[in-house]
Design a protein around this ligand. Structure first.
Ligand code: NAP
Length: 737
């Protein structure tokens, strides 16, 4: 086997040096892994444990022979070790380190080398444990953890690449960061928590009778103080090395504790709940988005595939998750309202939780969600606070577009960022009209996130004719209109979801809607309200189509929103001959709801009326599946104006249906699908949750097993899909890679 490197020397064979050596040796990354330590017991143990191939006794000789030298000594020892090895370093030998603080390591290198060599690439693995010494070496320690390289002004690209490759070989993810940023970030995320743990244990242990406290210590104490068992000398050194940044973090923390103390002293429940709910939400958020960067071993969510057995029929009763569009708006308006808003049936999806978290980050106290219940202590139209940093919105385009409208008229600056998917989507359709209202918004190329929204801009109402129908753009403008001078009018070329208009009225803000034009005037107030979020019709659609195509099906979907701007899927299926009955129709808040009874009945292919299709855009993949199970041909037209996402969806669904043997093609500004036999096989849903769900439904009429790859996004938009689908009778299982 060809090794990537000939000789790697690790100086300081303790926990980190030993773990790196062991990981590289197990993966045969270099021909010879040499260890050096001033402590010969550690070296002998390293040899005995198979951590290294050779133990060096002469440091200079070992350095001279090495291709890469890794310093894994305590940071305080860096200058002495560098001075000792400098004469023996060949110009081409790469030099790196693992120190937890970087400013002092680079300073030490400058003192020793004068001009820093291009072969020097400082590094820091964000992984560790409270143990020390080579006996604790763990070859998996760096797997799925981050390693930060803090390049100097002279670090060469070649050296950086070689050091990055070495770390990647251990399973780590390699990042680069400015040196000063590194020391600041680590002071907050690692150094401060360690000091708090040391200090808490020390404080409690100071009183003799407190031995009892340790005896009865509950999980909280144990979890919080585990890191107080870390190496005292190392932490002493880190405190000296990163003094300024650590002091800054201790001061910020002390202010926070003082605020909490004051709230406890005065029984100020709102402040206490505010701190606890924000902290809990941030912690949950952190676990989800940053799990692999913590000093802990967490699993990365891997790719998810669906596997479906052919056939089956639907039966029973289902209650679907709350409507996502309504949930987003309930959080936004509840936060901006005066008084308390209580929500029932909130959709606990990644997207709506991103909205909830954003408002918590802007100082709104929000309790829950707990089994769909959320309580919001509204701060009023002027009450939002500047968030502590950029608002991270996951992959929720709805949150980003609507929030742009809410934030355009705020007195403070904000930055909206998102995950990889959202960062690719253009926000231009919302940015341009908001700019016309006077908003200061900057985006990346082609209107892509992050968006930087300047505070303190005076907005003025405009009349905006939407070039393409979009409920998100319309809503963003209406929300900006709440704080704009005069009237804001939005004219839409085709009807889109009107949840914003209905909910604004529910919160006491008048909205005029006359022949496709929605108007708000500024100067009103929103008053806290009680909101019962109906079941999501987009989620219900999967089961409506499923029961319509699977012989023998008879299912009841309870309390589903049937807003006229959303129920296109029902009306289209009725035209195709489906057996759908709306029962117990009611008006909850401003939204119409009903129980939907669906029984199997053969469908007929039709020309889908385009005005109905525009109210079922998200359901197009499901309707294409319905068409594939119908007798004859169905045509989907009038979708040319509905944006790239709709076209992409049609294309991916058509191609997946073809892979199942169905005659489905893109045609004109839409698609054509001819009903027929559905085969089986492996399909790709293009990472689109709605396509994944539609293909899963198609399996009810398939002849063979269906595998759908790339279904990760379903968890975000329809978290309970698998459980509900199985309960209803769809033979689905999840396969995680
Ligand atoms: P460790 O287990 O105590 O190992 C350090 C080793 O270096 C010990 O064997 C020590 O020997 C040896 N050493 C000290 N001075 C030396 C010198 N002048 N020449 C040669 N060897 C010397 O410590 P560690 O946890 O691996 O930490 C090593 C480095 O990793 C530190 O810079 C630390 O900041 C960084 N780091 C640690 C963690 C963590 O969680 N532990 C995480 C990331 C980065 P003695 O026992 O004789 O002192």
């Amino acid at each position: 086997m060809r090794h990537s490197v000939d000789r790697i020397l690790v100086v300081g064979l303790g926990l980190i040096g030993g773990s790196l050596a062991k990981a590289l040796r197990e993966r045969r990354y270099c021909r010879t892994l040499v260890g050096y330590d001033r402590n010969t017991d550690e070296l002998e143990a390293g040899l005995a444990l198979g951590v290294i191939d050779e133990a060096a006794t002469d440091l200079a000789e070992a350095v001279h022979a090495a291709d890469i030298v890794v310093l894994a000594v305590p940071v305080k020892a860096t200058d002495a070790v560098l001075a000792e090895i400098r004469p023996a370093l060949r110009p081409e030998t790469l030099l790196t380190d693992v120190g937890s603080t970087k400013g002092n390591v680079v300073e030490a290198a400058r003192a020793v080398f004068g001009q820093l060599p291009p072969t020097f690439v400082p590094g820091h693995p964000i992984a560790g444990s409270e143990k020390s010494g080579v006996a604790a070496a763990d070859a998996q320690l760096f797997e799925r953890h981050k390693v930060i390289l803090t390049l100097t002004e002279t670090s060469s690209a070649q050296a950086t690449l070689a050091i990055a490759r070495m770390w990647q070989a251990t399973g780590a993810e390699v990042l680069q960061m400015e040196l000063s940023r590194h020391d600041e970030v680590l002071a907050a995320t690692s150094h401060l928590p360690h000091l708090l743990a040391f200090s808490l244990v020390d404080t409690l242990a100071a009183e003799a009778e407190n031995t009892d406290i340790f005896r009865y210590a509950a999980g909280g104490f144990r979890d919080f103080t585990r890191i107080a068992a870390s190496d005292p000398t190392m932490w002493h050194d880190i405190c000296l090395a990163n003094r300024e940044a650590i002091l800054g973090q201790i001061d910020r923390f002390s202010e926070g504790v003082a605020r909490l103390r004051q709230a406890v002293a005065t029984s100020d429940s709102q402040t206490m709940l505010g701190i606890f709910t924000r902290a809990k939400a941030s912690r949950d958020h952190f676990t989800r988005i940053l799990s692999s960067s913590a000093y802990s071993q967490k699993q990365h969510p891997g790719p998810v595939n669906f596997v479906l057995q052919p056939g089956g029929a639907l039966s029973g009763q289902l209650r679907l998750p709350g409507d996502m569009s309504i949930s987003h708006r309930a959080i936004m308006l509840g936060s901006l309202a005066d008084g308390i808003t209580e929500i029932e049936g909130f959709a606990e999806s990644e997207d709506s939780l991103a909205t909830l978290q954003a408002f918590r980050d802007m100082g709104v106290v929000i309790e829950g969600p707990h089994q769909g219940a959320v309580k919001i202590y509204g701060v009023g139209l002027e009450g939002l606070q500047p968030p502590p940093g950029p608002l991270y919105l996951g992959d929720s385009g709805t949150t980003m577009r609507l929030l742009a409208g809410v934030l355009a008229g705020q007195p403070f600056d904000t930055e909206l960022t998102g995950g990889a998917g959202l960062s690719r989507r253009s926000m231009a359709a919302v940015i341009e009209p908001l700019q016309n209202m006077g908003a200061g918004i900057e985006a990346q190329d082609a209107g892509r996130p992050p968006l930087r929204i300047r505070g303190g801009q005076r907005l003025r109402g405009i009349e905006h004719r939407l070039p393409a129908a979009s409920a998100q753009v319309k809503s963003a403008l209406l929300l900006a209109g709440l704080r704009a001078e005069g009237a804001t009018r939005v004219l839409e070329p085709a009807a889109t979801r009107d949840h914003t208009e209905r909910m604004l009225r529910g919160f006491g803000w008048p909205v005029e809607v006359v022949s496709g034009c929605s108007t708000v005037h500024s100067g009103g107030r929103l008053s806290g309200a009680k909101i019962a979020v109906p079941g999501d019709i987009s989620a219900a659609a999967a089961f409506i189509v499923a029961a319509s195509i699977a012989p023998g099906s008879d299912i009841r979907l309870e309390h589903v929103g049937i807003n006229p701007t959303r129920r296109g899927v029902i009306d289209i299926l009725l035209l195709m001959g489906a057996d759908i009955e709306l029962c117990n129709e009611d008006l909850v808040g401003a939204e119409p709801v009903a129980d939907i009874q669906v029984r199997y009945r053969p469908l007929q292919g039709i020309e889908l009326p385009s005005q109905l299709l525009t109210t079922a855009l998200d359901e197009c993949p499901l309707l294409m599946v319905a068409a594939a199970c119908a007798v004859g041909e169905s045509r989907f037209h009038g979708l040319g104006e509905r944006g790239a996402r709709v076209q992409e969806r049609l294309a991916v669904t058509a191609s997946a249906l073809r892979a199942l043997g169905v005659d489905a093609v893109l045609e004109g500004d839409g698609a054509r699908v001819r009903g027929g036999r559905i085969g089986g096989g492996s399909l790709d849903c293009g990472g689109d949750a709605r396509v994944a769900v539609a293909l899963a439904v198609a399996a009810l009429r398939a002849e063979n097993e269906i595998h759908i790859g790339g279904c990760d996004a379903v968890a975000a938009s329809f978290p309970d899909f698998i459980a509900l689908a199985r309960r209803a009778g769809i033979r689905i299982r999840k396969e995680e890679a």
